[in-house]
Design a protein around this ligand. Structure first.
Ligand code: FAD
Length: 405
């Protein structure tokens, strides 16, 4: 008898959790499980701001996928997904193709640039190990070059962060801790370094508790960040950016480094494969399947789940991706056992902590507001928990942030 074939695309938070839960739930004879991922490693997307600022080495934010999967049940394929042929039940990869009976799409998100000119070409992103390594190296290169020039260009030392959402603020927290070290290393007067955060919305960290937002802003301002709120980036150029408030005439800010951290859309594979999507994200059914496709689940940043309380989509997070992974694993086990009743996904918000650097953060955990070192401690607990859920105690010991524990 032929076993059903389950193919999981992406080994990020959602895909890898689906895999490790599924390999526990199903027996060797029940299904063939194939996991496809671009790299042979998983990276902690939620730690990339640290690798990008250079406060944590990029090897600390990744680990080998082979070390957390059960080889008797899961076949790992290192390849890049090119397109999903949903009506032919197959996935086109760069180096081949794979057929499926059940598919889980967990390919993560991509930066949303809102069509702003020049961003793709001239701004750096915080999206992968590769992009983080490039951004860190670029900032170091600017600092290293400054003293080599006969006519010193102070703009080289200006860093612009577009977006005061979660990623932008967490990156600023790390960057402001890193700058004194960089200045020391490259013999640069710290007074010459400018860090500017540009945000189009009327507030920093929209949706966060206003008291906590005030704390975050004042901490970052104290460390030298200048905030331009209610100000939109109109264009990125090789020299910097053009910004404007409302209908004002745009004006230029020159900068050696521009980082775009303002928004996520679904993976472009979703639209390319002809799925109905909103900003590249598939609005999934309560059981996390694609409407009209009973054999396809979408989870993580490429999925869209509505928060019924406010009738708006939940922001894409690692927390939601992992909870979706648990439900999808159980639903797949039910499907291959011909149990028609699938579980509906319900998000259980355990809280959010936004880091402001190694020893500082803001957050709401189990309904309680936290700031400073207590919040930073909770952030490390959350970071370790993500490792624990995928690789147990041994992965926490290998990769965890154990300093405070
Ligand atoms: P990901 O974890 O991004 O994984 C996608 C995987 O798919 C990757 O391994 C990638 O290599 C692979 N892939 C992509 N395209 C292809 C392809 N074509 N072929 C093959 N493989 C492919 N969320 C929180 O809950 N809490 C936080 O504190 C938090 N902090 C964040 C801080 C930063 C700096 C950033 C950038 C994000 C943060 N987030 C946080 C959001 C969170 O990281 C994402 O929501 C989460 O990573 C989404 O999980 P995912 O499984 O959808 O995708």
């Amino acid at each position: 008898l032929r076993k059903p074939k389950i193919v999981i695309l992406g080994a990020g938070y959602g895909g890898l959790l689906t895999t490790v839960r599924l390999q526990k739930l199903v027996g060797v004879n029940e299904a063939d499980i194939v996991l496809v991922n671009k790299n042979d490693y998983h990276y902690e997307t939620t730690w990339l701001h640290e690798a990008s600022a250079g406060t944590l080495h990029h090897d600390r934010v990744r680990y080998d996928i082979q070390n957390v999967i059960d080889h008797s049940k899961v076949d790992f394929v290192q390849d890049t997904v090119v397109e999903i042929k949903k009506d032919e039940k197959k996935v086109i990869l760069e180096k081949g193709e794979v057929e499926y009976d059940y598919l889980v799409i967990a390919l993560g998100g991509e930066p949303e640039t809102f069509g702003i000119k020049g961003l793709k070409e001239y701004a750096f992103g915080i999206t992968s190990v590769n992009s983080s390594r490039q951004l860190r190296e670029h900032i170091e290169y600017q600092f290293a070059t400054y003293n080599m020039e006969e006519e010193k260009d102070d703009n080289r030392l200006t860093i612009i962060v577009g977006g005061a959402g979660f990623t932008g603020i967490e990156f600023l927290g790390e960057l402001t801790n890193r700058i004194p070290e960089l200045c020391h290393e490259y013999d640069i007067d710290q007074g010459k370094v400018k860090i500017i955060c540009v945000e189009a919305a009327p507030t920093v960290l929209p949706g966060f508790d206003p008291e906590l937002v005030d704390y975050a802003v004042s901490q970052l301002q104290r460390r030298g960040v200048e905030f331009l709120i209610g100000t939109a980036i109109k264009e990125a150029t090789p020299e910097g950016i053009l910004v404007a408030k409302g209908d004002e005439e745009p004006w230029e800010i020159k900068a050696g480094t521009v980082v775009w951290a303002a928004g996520v859309r679904g993976n472009s594979i979703i639209e390319k494969s002809g799925f109905e999507a909103m900003r590249g994200r598939v609005k999934v059914q309560p059981d996390l399947r694609v409407p009209g496709y009973d054999d396809i689940f979408v989870i993580g940043d490429s999925s869209l789940v509505i928060n019924e309380e406010i009738n708006r989509p939940y922001p894409p997070t690692a927390q939601i991706s992992m909870q979706q992974g648990e439900v999808v694993a159980r639903n797949l086990a039910a499907l291959i056992r011909n149990q028609p009743q699938l579980e509906n996904f319900k998000f259980d918000n355990k809280g959010t902590v936004c880091s402001l650097g190694e020893d500082d953060a803001i957050g709401v955990v189990f309904g309680k507001k936290l700031t400073g070192s207590k919040a930073a401690f909770m952030k490390k607990v959350i970071d370790n928990r993500a490792l624990y859920m995928i690789g147990g105690v041994s992965l926490v010991l290998k990769k965890g942030k154990l300093k405070l524990l």
